[in-house]
Design a binder for this molecule. Structure first.
Ligand SMILES: [Zn+2]
Length: 449
């Protein structure tokens, strides 16, 4: 029996999965989205998702799976009506917006809702409801930086607006958090589809109009849990690599792309490594984060925990998967990394996943669970997904459902991720080093952090 098991393990190790059909990320994505559905942080469904991940990782043979709990203010959507000049407009509240609002105020066009717009008319939004484009309008000078959703909400509040209506960048009503990490936004914030919002802009240009904004939401104190499983290293066991992705989602859909498929990839790679009997040189931590959508609460809690326990110096790399569907490019996140390492990796990935473009880019994107580590100088690897306009439009919207993904796309994410993770775990020398002191300060400056 023992020799049979040994032989089976050797065979498995010799033949790691190379076909999309060999992988299970699609199955896990389907189970997560159909058995649980939306996974809001701190909610009942969120807890179910945490339990789901815990049980799956255990079932793959990890006896060290554990939860890391952190406090959150859970937010639950209630009712909302938005009217402009008495006419109803379809809208959705952003996460973290206040429990109640009953506003009847003038709606004023604040352009992009950036610092420039408020500097040009500092009193225009005061006491009114600001109408703001969520992206950058076509006539915006190239020097203007695009502000994030929560920055636009915070700026409107800072300039005294009583509420804000964001105009989406496409026809889906895509929400997101009105704050970054704070429990509650200062003002009610809603989003409307692009064409509806542009009509409102035209309407305001012709004549002033009032908006009626009524919302009810529920906010309550709760907790959420990251789920962590560890695959111990061998000769470099004291060097740790995180392979992470967020498990939570928004509530308008089942968050299939953002980020059930990513969380499933983390679980699937953990599964495959156990099944292959793979023994990495470095220790790999598989981390499923909660609270990403509310401002990376889980990853900040995890990084702070490492720091508090004195374990941060062990962490040498963070590999994040979030909307990394069917990856085509390695994103080195602005770190000064060894190109040769990634070129060699691109070749081996290309052999296992025909059609892989193997592009190497190095541009951090704002937000995401890599942020707490990046800010502490830990090098980041991110895989850029092969995303269509439909995928982008469905992020945080009612269409982020399983039917916008295919099994091959999801399972390809496992193939590429597993190879990249093995390359990092087994490298003689990692392609980028942890930054500290002046080098970290220079990195932050270069990347606007
Ligand atoms: Zn995400």
């Amino acid at each position: 029996m023992r020799s049979f098991l040994l032989l089976a393990a050797l065979l498995a190790a010799a033949a790691p999965e190379t076909r999309a059909d060999d992988w299970r990320a699609w199955d896990i994505t389907r189970d997560l989205t159909s058995q649980i559905g939306p996974r809001m942080t701190g909610s009942r469904k969120g807890k179910q998702a945490e339990d789901f991940a815990f049980r799956r990782l255990k079932s793959f043979g990890y006896d060290n799976v554990h939860f890391e709990s952190f406090p959150v203010t859970a937010w639950e959507r209630g009712s909302l009506t938005l009217t402009v000049a008495g006419q109803p407009v379809a809208a959705a509240a952003l996460g973290g917006t206040p429990a109640r609002a009953d506003l009847d105020r003038p709606l004023v066009d604040m352009g992009n809702g950036g610092p420039e717009d408020y500097a040009a008319a500092p009193d225009k939004a005061r006491g009114n409801i600001a109408l703001v484009y969520a992206g950058l309008l076509p006539d915006t000078p190239a020097s203007v930086r695009r502000q994030g959703r929560w920055e636009k909400v915070a700026l409107a509040a800072q300039y005294g607006a009583a509420g804000i209506v964001l105009i989406g960048t496409d026809e889906t009503i895509a929400i997101g958090s009105a704050t970054k990490g704070e429990a509650r936004a200062a003002i009610p914030a809603v989003v409307v589809a692009k064409s509806d919002g542009m009509k409102l802009k035209a309407q305001l240009a012709a004549r002033p109009a009032k908006a009626g904004l009524r919302m009810r939401n529920r906010l309550y104190a709760g907790a959420a849990r990251n789920v962590v499983a560890t695959l111990p290293g061998t000769d470099l066991a004291d060097e740790h690599i995180i392979f992470g992705g967020h498990l939570d989602s928004w509530d308008l859909a089942t968050g299939a792309l953002d980020n059930a498929a990513g969380a499933a990839t983390v679980m699937d790679v953990a599964r495959a490594f156990k099944a292959q009997g793979y023994r990495p040189r470095r220790t790999i931590q598989f981390v499923l984060y909660m609270g990403e959508e509310e401002g990376m609460l889980g990853s900040h809690a995890h990084a702070a925990g490492l720091e508090a326990r004195g374990e941060l110096p062990k962490l040498k790399y963070m590999f994040n998967t979030d909307m990394s569907l069917d990856p085509m490019a390695f994103n080195l996140w602005g770190f000064d990394a060894d190109q040769g390492f990634y070129e060699a990796l691109a070749k081996s990935v290309g052999a296992a996943r025909p059609g892989f473009q193997g592009k190497i880019i190095s541009r951090p994107m704002p937000g995401g669970d890599s942020e707490p580590y990046q800010l502490r100088g830990v090098p980041i690897l991110y895989l850029n997904g092969d995303l269509t306009a439909q995928h982008h439009g469905c992020q945080h919207a009612a269409c982020d459902r399983l039917d916008i993904l295919t099994p091959a796309q999801v399972n390809n994410t496992s193939i590429v991720s597993a190879l990249a993770l093995k390359a990092l775990a087994d490298a003689d020398r990692l392609p980028a080093q942890v930054l500290s002191g002046e080098a970290l300060a220079a990195y932050k400056k270069a990347n606007g952090l």
